[in-house]
Design a binder for this molecule. Structure first.
Ligand code: CP
Ligand code: NVA
Length: 306
């Protein structure tokens, strides 16, 4: 039994397999309008401490389309680590459900669930990372470019949870990851070193100048400057990220074939312009749809024995 907490915990072969199963299930759905009910009778408990649109809907719909059920548990009712200790929640849910998915502030809550759960635990975003997002992003890039190896992602903005998982994913698939972030918003060097220990092929570069960062990019990626839980820092962050907006001028500095990804939700006029969101280079909405398809691959492997 395996959990899905960080991409660095998994071999490239295992991750490749998840992407392949996801692609097959996507093709099956597109061709026949349905998937085989490989998760019939299975229930995924889904704990949310933070808001969500894509993650919640993609996991719920993935479970439904595979014949099972996704059960949403809001933090207000579960009280993970408040009403009940994490280990008790893990043990109780393990007795009734076939998998646990959790979106939490503290990463330790998700690793705590994994420690005590006897069913697979899936990280649906923590303050630390967002592995399901990064895998859906690779799926989207692979569909577009045909191959991942040798491709470069230039991540413009905050060295946050999404950036961290993407950097690791790139390291696993022989891709280059360039982070362009202002001072104090980069991934700390000791963390990059720690990631490199687990993912020796990590090809990571910090480039302060965003225009320079996108020069060789196949993909320009951005995310909000104000992650969930950082709302009070908004004014300061908007000031600090000046010069890191993904706009037409930045796209003009990138190769013509470069595409744009954003994990969403997007804040138009801050980290990305309306124009770029709607440009033909934007794969943002196919990327969002691939959240569903990757979740299916992941669930089929972790819970369905594929
Ligand atoms: N990208 C993403 O995880 O979106 P949600 O926060 O809406 O789930
Ligand atoms: N970095 C963002 C991602 C949202 C999907 C956040 O944590 O709010």
């Amino acid at each position: 039994m395996k959990h899905f907490i960080s991409i660095s915990d998994h071999s490239t072969d295992d991750l490749r397999h998840m992407l392949d199963v996801a692609r097959q299930l996507k093709a099956q759905l597109k061709e026949s309008g349905r998937n085989e009910p490989i998760l019939a009778g299975k229930t995924l408990a889904m704990i949310f401490e933070k808001p969500s649109l894509r993650t919640r809907v993609s996991f719920a719909v993935a479970m439904t389309q595979l014949g099972g059920n996704g059960l949403v548990l809001r933090q207000e009712e579960v009280g993970l680590a408040t009403r009940e200790p994490v280990e008790d929640v893990a043990r109780v849910l393990s007795g009734m459900c076939d998998g646990i998915m959790a979106r939490t502030f503290e990463h330790a809550k998700v690793t705590g669930l994994a420690k005590y759960s006897t069913v697979p635990v899936i990280n649906a975003l923590t303050d630390y990372n967002h592995p399901c997002q990064a895998m859906a992003d690779l799926m989207t890039l692979e569909e577009h470019f045909g191959n991942l190896a040798g491709r470069t992602i230039a991540f413009i903005g905050d060295g946050n949870n999404v950036a961290r998982s993407l950097a690791i994913a790139c390291g696993k698939f022989a891709m280059r990851f360039i982070l362009s972030a202002p001072v104090n918003y980069e991934l700390p060097q000791d963390e990059v070193d720690a990631i490199r220990k687990k993912v020796p092929d990590l090809d990571f570069e910090l480039v302060r100048d965003a225009q320079w960062a996108v020069k060789s990019a196949d993909c320009i990626y951005t995310d909000t400057w104000i992650s969930m839980g950082q709302e009070e820092q908004k004014a300061q962050r908007v000031k600090d990220f000046n010069g890191y907006q993904v706009n037409e001028a930045l796209l003009a500095a990138a190769p013509r074939h470069a595409v744009v990804l954003h994990c969403l939700p997007a804040y138009r006029g801050l980290e990305i312009t309306e124009e770029v969101m709607n440009s033909p280079k934007s794969l943002v909405f196919p990327e969002a749809e691939n959240r569903l398809h990757f979740q299916k691959g992941l669930l089929a492997v972790l819970i369905g024995g594929k």
